[in-house]
Each structure stands twice: as C-alpha cells, then as structure tokens.
Design a protein around this ligand. Structure first.
Ligand code: 5AD
Ligand code: SF4
Length: 389
C-alpha cells in the first residue's frame, strides 16, 4: 500500500474476544493507510465485524446493516464493508451482497490482512468486492498491534479441530494453526514496553497450541518472565485437553492469574457424548479437583448450553447438580441454537423454545446464588486490583 488515503472509519464488532481483537487489528491496518477512527454517525467507512455463533448475533447484523439504508439517503458516498465469521458461512456473503445492494465489500475471516487492498480497490474503482477465501492460508505474522492498553489481547492460534456437534466455529475459522512462539513473545515484550500490564492469550482451544503436549505450558512459562507483565490470562481451554503440565505451569507462574474459563457445556454424559465433547461429567470434575489441589482459590467460570437436542429434564438436572458441585464464580449460559451445516442441527428431538427458556432461567437463578455467595466470601479480604481505565 503506497498511496496514503484520507478517510475516517468506524468498526462495529459482534461476538467474542477473538472478534474484538480482529477489529483492533483491522483498525490498525486502516490507520496504516491513512484512516482515522470516528463515531458511527460521521465516519466515511463503516465496517461490521460479524459473528454467527448464535442466532441472536446474526439477527443483530441483519437489523443493523439493514437500518443503514436511511443513513445512506443523506450520505450516498458512505462506504460499507462487512466481514467476519458470518460472511465465511456457505454462500452467506453472496446472499448478503444481493440483499443489501449498498454494501460495498464483503470479506471472510481468512484474509483480514487484505483489508487495506480491498478498501483501496473499492475506493479507487467504485466496484463492489466480495473476497471470501474458502481455505485458511498460512498464519500471517507481523500484523499491526494496538499499543497503550493496560490489558491487551494476543492471538496465539487460530481455528479449531474439535467439531463439537453444535458449533459453527471450525467451519468459519478453519483448522487449528498456531503462531510462532518467538513472534508471540516478541509481541508481548513490545506491548509491555508500551505499558501493557495484563495479557489475555487467545485461541479457540489454547491447550492444543502448537500441537498440544507441553507447548502451551512452555509458552506460559516464557510469557511469565517478560518484564512488566503482571497478569496473564488465557482462553479458551477445552476440558479434555487441559494437561497436568499446564496446571503445574499455572500454579507455578507468579503472573498467571489463578482463574480459568473451562466450558462444561452440560453435566449429562449422554448430552456431552452427543455434543462430541469427549469427556464425561466425572472426568470434568476430576480436572477441577486437580486444579483446586494445586490452586485452592482458583476462580472457575464456564459456558453451558441448555436445550441441546434430546436434553431431558433429567439431563438438565445433571447440569444443575454439576453447577452446584463445582461452584463456578460465574458462567455464560446459552439456549441451544441450531447452526446451519452442523450435525446437531439435523438431530431429532429438537427442544421447544419455551422449555429452553424455562431451563435457562432456572440455571441463571442457581448461578446467581452461587455468584452472590462467592462475592460475599470476598468481603473483608484485601486483594490487588488492576485499574483498567
Ligand atoms: N448454540 C448455543 N450456544 C452455542 N455455543 C456455541 N455454539 C452454540 C450454539 N449452536 C456456546 C458454547 C461455547 C460458547 C462460546 O458459545 O457454550 O462455549
Ligand atoms: Fe466450537 Fe468445540 Fe471448537 Fe469450542 S472446541 S470452538 S465449542 S468446536
């Protein structure tokens, strides 16, 4: 990119931390070609970084992009781009271009680094561009990084090989690819030099970083030694892959927070099997016990899906029992939502929305009690806090 452009941009992000981080990289890429951040109402380029993990996220994108039609009447030269996971699904990008003729460009998840080129093409030729790669390319190093935040995200790997039967991620983010360890460490050293105190290492399943084994534990130990980094967190960990070596590294590294997000999804063995999670409730609990033996105060959080196809009242009660038994500090709870092209979408015994809602509210009630009890257990304690802003 040699000719600097002069424009303002605004990025709307849906979904997870991974998307938040991608948006910050895209912001840096746009700044490299002359873009300046601006509010949604005045920006020259509006970019939507989409999510498709649950239905709600999709509805919001269609609603918000659709609503731009009015804004475009007053500002016909506005440039609108849509990217992210939703665009990576079969044919969605093309359908989106057809449904919203005012959208100037659409990109997928595998070519984020091409954003400056795509935007320049749109700006100079006025053509509409649809650039979605079917297959992931090799890991791209040297992407720009946003400096100056107290807490920073750092991608350590992309994609997922697990194919949980409800999940769209492996289809839209591709297979697992890990970043180079030295490049990760160098990035964190730079962040630390610019004032970052806490890093969150990101990946769909960080436990299988660089092929699994001790690789992630070794990475943690290296990051732990970086001057200036006071807190290290990571997500997400698949319970089947969390190894003894990782637990020991967590316990032994001074700067690794004694906190772990460990998605359980269900407390019923039958449902876990149908979800292709490859652990039982007992195996999950054994990991929790091991973690607590090494780190008695560890704060555990989780994800749960209610109303997965075939979930009986008894299965659901097994989930409640596990919530009771493990004692999570907090959790993210979702109603199962069928995702196009996933095995669970085609399973029989889909559960009624009313039952899903009823189960979700019972789950929330129980967890709220647990969260309150945890918070109350901290009353009177003196703890270090990190002021984020
Ligand atoms: N329906 C409901 N929740 C889902 N999740 C992933 N896919 C679905 C789906 N189809 C939840 C899981 C995962 C979290 C990021 O989102 O609990 O851990
Ligand atoms: Fe989805 Fe399962 Fe991979 Fe997590 S581990 S991203 S739930 S397929």
């Amino acid at each position: 990119m040699n000719k600097p452009l002069d424009f303002t941009y605004n990025i709307t992000t849906y979904g997870c931390q991974m998307n938040e981080h991608d948006s910050s990289i895209m912001g840096c890429l746009l700044q490299q070609i002359g873009g300046k951040p601006a509010p949604h109402e005045t920006a020259d380029v509006l970019l939507y970084n989409t999510c498709c993990i649950r239905e709600h996220a999709e509805d919001k994108v269609f609603g918000n992009v659709g609503a731009l039609k009015k804004q475009l009447e007053a500002r016909p030269d506005l440039i609108v781009g849509v990217c992210g996971c939703m665009m990576q699904q079969d044919d969605v990008a093309k359908k989106f271009m057809r449904r919203f003729p005012f959208v100037n460009f659409v990109m997928g998840t595998h070519n984020t680094h091409k954003l400056p080129e795509v935007l320049q093409e749109v700006m100079t030729t006025g053509k509409r561009v649809c650039d979605v790669w079917e297959k992931e390319g090799p890991v791209v190093e040297g992407l720009p990084v946003e400096f100056g935040d107290v807490c920073s995200y750092v991608n350590i790997m992309y994609g997922c090989n697990n194919f949980c039967t409800y999940c769209i991620v492996p289809y839209v983010r591709g297979r697992e690819r890990s970043r180079d360890e030295d490049a990760i460490v160098a990035e964190i050293e730079k962040l630390a030099a610019h004032g970052t105190k806490e890093v969150m290492l990101l990946g769909q399943n960080v436990n299988s970083y660089a092929g699994g084994g001790d690789a992630f534990a070794n990475l943690l130990r290296r990051v732990d030694k970086i001057e200036g980094i006071e807190r290290i967190r990571f997500m997400t960990s698949h319970p089947k892959d969390i190894s003894d070596s990782l637990m020991h590294a967590m316990a032994e590294c001074d700067h690794v927070c004694k906190q772990l997000h460990l998605p359980m999804q269900s407390g019923s063995d039958e449902i876990l099997h149908r979800m292709n999670r490859r652990y039982t409730a007992q195996q999950y609990y054994e990991k929790v016990e091991k973690l607590r033996a090494l780190m008695p105060d560890i704060a555990l959080t989780t994800d749960i899906i209610v109303g997965f196809p075939g979930e009986t009242e008894e299965d659901f009660c097994d989930t409640l029992a596990m919530i009771e038994k493990v004692g999570f500090v907090t959790g993210y709870f979702f109603k199962y939502s069928p995702r196009m092209g996933t095995p669970a979408e085609k399973m029989e015994d889909q559960i009624d929305e009313s039952i899903k809602s009823e189960r979700l509210s019972r789950l929330l009630k129980l967890q709220n009690e647990k969260t309150t009890a945890y918070n109350e257990s901290l009353v009177g304690k003196i703890l270090f806090v990190l002021a984020e802003r």
